[in-house]
Design a protein around this ligand. Structure first.
Ligand code: PLP
Length: 305
């Protein structure tokens, strides 16, 4: 099985053997995508494991659930405690990916999901390293538009949203790119299939605002805070597609992708095909913070050991 990495998962309050954690074939979310989830990283530092912004991820999980009126059942505190308990139970010390998932269970084929519909939450942890190559990636602007708040809310991290990301990823990989950048329905820059996008021009940083159909990424917020702290001006605003080609630097942010430079866009080199100085500044600070090496941001990391 791909990504198997631990003996146990946490399933509705119990530790369950990975192989035994299964669901009935009529599980609603399997048919209709009625699930919300998170992606969280744990960073192994040799003698400890630090989970990055655990509470913020669990808060977002519950907010995503509330958009669809799913009953989260577990509180943010319980979800955080369950994650720490699971990490200890499976004795994990290496860098890992943490996947909490709240899904609608047996509800028949009726679409009227209410707070009385049965929901379940599972937390899965497995070893995980780099998602993209560190030196930067080649991206394209997708022919697929990002889902829109008027039909499928991009701000809720819901399973069904990712069909849009699957289409964009299939297209970009078929054409030899690493990642796709989608425009919103207005034609402004939205986000990548699983990351937020930033551009740098004349030492000023811009990121699409939340009305551009982008997820309110936790790494996005982290990069905004780091950027401002390092003295850069960071603006959240609508971004026209052509600005991407005219930028000095482009980078993506996401839990899995971390902070990675886009070195080529639609065949055009960005920053001479290399990671630029602003991206490097922010990335290096981010890499220290997530490993619990910056006192000021220790509130963002949860040590396991
Ligand atoms: C569509 C999408 N946008 C942006 C992000 C980045 O969000 P975060 O930084 O919270 O991981 C993700 C990853 O979760 C994503 O799936």
């Amino acid at each position: 099985m791909k990504n198997k990495g631990a003996e146990y998962v946490w399933f509705d309050g119990q530790f369950v053997k990975w192989e035994k954690a299964s669901v009935p074939i009529m599980t609603h979310s399997l048919h209709y995508g009625t699930a919300v989830f998170e992606g969280i990283r744990g960073y192994g530092t040799g003698n400890n494991l630090f989970i990055f912004r655990l509470e913020d991820h669990m808060k977002r999980l519950r907010r995503s659930a509330s958009v669809y009126n799913f009953n989260s059942r577990a509180t943010t505190k319980e979800l955080c405690e369950a994650t720490v308990a699971l990490a200890r139970k499976i004795a994990i010390k290496c860098s890992c990916y943490i996947r909490p998932l709240t899904f609608v269970g047996l509800h028949g084929i009726d679409l009227n999901v209410t707070r009385d519909s049965p929901t379940h939450t599972v937390i899965i942890i497995f070893p995980f390293d780099k998602y993209f190559k560190a030196e930067g990636i080649k991206a394209c602007v997708s022919s697929w538009r990002r889902i829109h708040d008027g039909s499928l809310p991009p701000l809720a991290k819901a399973a069904g949203n990712y069909l849009n990301s699957v289409l964009a990823t299939q297209e970009c990989r078929r054409n030899g790119y690493d990642e796709s950048i989608m425009l919103d329905t207005q034609g402004n820059v939205s986000e990548a299939s699983g990351e937020n996008i930033f551009l740098v021009r004349n030492n000023e940083i811009s990121v699409p605002n939340l009305a551009s159909s982008a997820l309110e990424g936790i790494t996005r917020e982290t990069a905004i805070i780091i950027g401002r702290k390092l003295g850069y001006e960071v603006k959240e605003r609508p971004i026209a597609r052509t600005e991407l080609y005219m930028s000095d630097e482009l980078f993506l942010t996401g839990t899995a992708a971390e902070i990675v430079a886009v070195t080529h866009l639609d065949g055009r080199p960005i920053c001479e095909g290399k990671e630029g100085p602003v991206t490097k500044d922010i990335r290096e600070m981010y890499e220290k913070i997530v490993r619990g090496k910056v006192d000021e941001y220790m509130r963002w990391v949860t040590p396991i050991w």
